[in-house]
Design a protein around this ligand. Structure first.
Ligand code: FEO
Length: 419
């Protein structure tokens, strides 16, 4: 790192902007950013905005944990400046290389000129691959305790939560676990703590975040939850990099993560459909009727009005998935292809599924849906059901029967899981 600390115009602006830090413990402050305007996070619809949380730890050698998205450097600097001059920061710890946390890292390093910057081994490579600046970053290994003046910070490798480079850090004495993406949510709020926010809202946004960001890595989440007690950390707060900070109610989020990551079947059956001339819609509604008759709990999602990230959230705690789409120009209707591509990547496990749809002259969509369901390792109940043009009463009865069969298999699977 360079040795001479610089001041700057940006730093001066920051000092006078009015953004304040929020105290978490005697030594730990939130110095992040509330992004009220965010509506899209790499394809995930964020109707309630988000936050990018960075944390300042005061000590003989102050430490900054993570930074913020590039356009918000000044806001972070202002919050730091409300506690100490940013140039006093001696160390920066980067828990994750994704640009919502490192976008302003190069400029922060330039302004602050810390003695050292730390990241995981993969983080060091990822930061270089993003910014190509040849930054001198030290590797923090799993289980290391970084002696940072009078601050002792333990680093924990959490690969794939959310990227290969991700790690947690934990400050001894203060009991704060800096969990980066894990346990977070995209929720802009003036409240900094979860106990200041309605629980139903927390559940909804934490579930949506889990489904869209962490669901593919559910086995690793299970492993982390199993390992946490053995690490002997006295955790009083979980401070993620998005959304409010968990204090006094850690069991709640740990329990939710335990449930979501287990991916056990429930009675919930998602009926996902798109339609051109209402034919696939009629089939979808008949499938839903059959599901209800069979004892399942259908949730019908028309893609004309439901975003892919809300589909992911609904699938998170479902046990069955019925997918219907028409064929258009010998192909799957494109909006469904979008959503199934997205769902395939999110890898929800342990679903029982069926495909259906209407067609005019070829009818490839149902097979294409099934190939997505196979890739998701869903149990496909039977060959997909397709109807030429408009379903008549007989076809609608068949769709209803398909729903009943899907419900019956779902209830069997629930029973198998509990035996
Ligand atoms: Fe919040 Fe994976 O970045």
């Amino acid at each position: 790192m360079p040795t001479k600390k610089l001041d700057s115009i940006e730093h001066e602006e920051a000092r006078h902007s009015g953004f304040e830090a929020v105290k978490l413990t005697d030594r730990v402050y939130w110095v992040g950013v509330v992004d009220w305007e965010l509506r899209d996070f790499h394809g995930y619809q964020t109707l309630r905005g988000s936050t990018y949380n960075a944390y300042l730890i005061l000590g003989s050698k102050p430490v900054l944990i993570d930074t913020v998205k590039a356009p918000y450097l000044t806001q972070m600097m202002a919050r730091i400046s409300s506690v100490i001059a940013p140039s006093k920061i001696a160390y920066i710890v980067s828990n994750h290389a994704e640009m919502d946390h490192t976008g302003s890292l190069p400029r922060t390093i330039e302004l602050v000129q810390p003695e050292k910057v730390f990241a995981s081994a993969q983080g060091v490579k990822a930061i270089e691959a993003h910014f190509h600046l040849g930054l001198d970053i030290e590797i923090a290994k799993n289980g290391d305790v970084l002696e940072l003046g009078d601050i002792r910070l333990k680093t924990l490798e959490t690969k794939m939560l959310h990227w290969p480079d991700s790690m947690f850090s934990y400050i001894e004495g203060d009991g704060v676990l800096f969990s980066n993406d894990a346990f977070g949510m995209h929720l802009a709020s003036a409240a900094r703590f979860t106990d200041q926010i309605d629980e139903a809202l927390l559940y909804e946004e934490a579930a949506k975040y889990y489904a869209n960001i962490l669901m593919p890595f559910s086995k690793l989440v299970q492993a982390l939850l199993a390992k946490l007690p053995s690490l002997d950390l006295d955790i009083e707060m979980i401070a993620p990099d998005h959304g409010p900070i968990w204090r006094g109610n850690l069991d709640k989020i740990l329990h939710w993560y335990g449930t979501w990551s287990a991916q056990r079947p429930t009675k919930k059956a998602v009926v996902l459909y798109d339609t051109m001339w209402q034919s696939t819609r009629k089939l979808a509604l008949a499938v839903a009727e059959g599901l209800a008759e069979g004892g399942a709990d259908p949730h019908v999602l028309p893609l004309s009005g439901v975003h892919r990230s809300d589909v992911a959230m609904q699938v998170l705690d479902a046990g069955a998935l019925a997918v219907g789409a028409p064929t258009m120009n010998n192909n799957l209707f494109p909006r469904m292809a979008d959503v199934l591509t997205y769902l395939k990547g999110l890898r929800r496990q342990n679903l029982v599924a069926v495909a259906f749809g209407s067609y005019g002259w070829s009818g490839e969509a149902v097979k294409q849906i099934e190939s997505y369901l196979e890739a998701m390792k869903a149990e496909i109940l039977e060959d997909g059901f397709k109807v030429q043009y408009v379903p008549d009463a007989h076809a609608l009865n068949q769709a209803r029967e398909l729903g009943r069969k899907l419900a019956a298999r779902l209830l069997e699977r629930i029973k198998e899981e509990t035996e």
